[in-house]
Design a protein around this ligand. Structure first.
Ligand code: HPA
Length: 276
């Protein structure tokens, strides 16, 4: 491990951000591939490119903007990442704690994660949303590997409520406000950048997974460690490999994400509005 990812390390990022704002953000939002348009609704905004923030990471994916946006959304003070970090970009697992650790130092209590995912559940279809109720972490590795700073969270910690039950209830109660179908299911995380094989999708279906993706889980684990409540919602952009005898391709993922982004954005705003 190259760095010691302790409290002081991330406090350096946080103090840089804090100097540019005069409030404490309460909600953090991480926007996934091609789902970044929600960031346009943030008012009184302060934008900070990732590369300016000390001890932070830089986004390398084309459909991810790579800036932190702070401001107001539906009357709530938010910090939003338009563009996230993935293991497949070449980061070490341990580095992937950076966003959530920064949120924690800024005083964030609640986090919303969004992502694009492929359906494993044959009852799902592209354009559906899936509230994540649990995950399967296929790599088995943890971003919390390495020395633990007890000031941030305990060495060993529970993941039973990693996807907060109350927040899921709120999202389900608001499902009627959304024109997309809202499912609730289990997210299988694999590191990518390849999509799964048809055999892996069949295997994951037997294991109880409903959708597969390449993000979110490292962030949800890091949040559970430091006590930030998490709501995570996938946009189903395609059927998983082998489900409908078609190859999965990245352009199709981006296209479906773009088509559903407007409706997803309205739904997310409804959720933020109703968060206490
Ligand atoms: N698999 C993994 N990640 C994804 C997929 C998929 O089918 N679609 C969008 N992100």
């Amino acid at each position: 491990m190259k760095e010691c990812y302790n409290l002081e390390y991330f406090e350096k990022s946080a103090s840089y951000v804090r100097e540019k704002i005069d409030y404490q953000p309460e909600i953090a939002i991480i926007l996934g591939s091609a789902l970044g348009t929600l960031a346009e609704d943030i008012s009184h905004r302060t934008e900070i490119p990732y590369e300016e923030i000390p001890n932070f990471l830089v986004s390398t994916v084309k459909s991810h903007a790579g800036k932190l946006i702070l401001g107001e959304l539906c009357g709530k003070k938010v910090v939003c990442m338009s563009g996230r970090f993935h293991y497949y970009e070449g980061y070490d697992y341990e580095q992937l704690v950076a966003p959530v650790r920064l949120f924690k130092q800024l005083g964030v209590k609640t986090m919303i994660l969004t992502n694009a995912a492929g359906a494993i559940n044959t009852g799902y279809r592209p354009g559906d949303l899936m509230i994540i109720k649990d995950h399967i972490n296929l790599p088995g590795a943890s971003p919390l590997r390495g020395p633990n700073d007890d000031r941030i969270g305990p060495r060993f910690f529970d993941l039973c409520n990693a996807y907060d039950e109350e927040l899921r209830r709120l999202a389900k109660n608001l499902a009627g406000t959304c024109r997309l179908r809202v499912q609730e299911g289990i997210y299988a995380y694999q590191v990518g950048p390849h999509f799964e094989t048809p055999a892996e999708i069949r295997f994951l279906r037997m294991a109880g997974a409903d959708a597969a993706g390449m993000s979110t889980v490292t962030e949800a684990i890091t949040a559970a460690h430091c006590g930030i409540k998490t709501l995570a919602i996938s946009l189903i952009t395609n059927m998983g490999a082998g489900v409908d005898n078609r190859a999965v391709n990245g352009e199709e993922v981006d296209q479906v994400a773009a088509e559903s982004a407007g409706e997803f954005r309205l739904y997310l705003k409804e959720i933020v509005k109703n968060m206490v």
